[in-house]
Write a protein that binds this ligand. Structure first.
Ligand code: HEC
Length: 83
């Protein structure tokens, strides 16, 4: 679980940065590039993007997102997405 603990140190200007979902987002989606601002895409675009990135993770040999993680990350992104 080192990836999870270590990413806590990265302070980012994300909405609700201390929330479980925001930390999960940074931990899982900030491994290959910095975690993009939720406001950079609309909710519909995030739905597509998270699926694509899930595939990228599998390709890279990283653990894929569980259903629970995917739901938490997606609801966090959509809540704060561009409108
Ligand atoms: C295994 C490495 C890896 C992980 C983990 C990863 N990404 Fe990416 N991401 C990439 C690469 C590589 C690109 C460049 C575009 C491409 O190849 O699809 C990218 C591009 C993006 C882009 C920009 C797309 C664009 O058109 O500019 C967004 C947004 C994004 N990722 C979101 C996420 C989210 C959300 C997660 C977590 C669910 C995530 N990424 C996790 C590798 C990763």
């Amino acid at each position: 679980m080192a990836w999870w603990i270590m990413s806590w140190g990265c302070r980012q200007n994300l909405p609700d940065a201390q929330s479980y979902a925001a930390r999960l987002y940074v931990a899982r989606c900030g491994q290959c590039h910095t975690a993009y601002s939720p406001r950079s895409l609309t909710g519909a675009m995030w739905e597509v993007q998270v699926e694509m990135m899930d595939a990228r993770m599998r390709q890279a040999g990283l653990p894929a997102l569980s259903e629970e993680e995917k739901r938490a990350i997606l609801s966090y992104l959509k809540k704060n997405a561009a409108r």
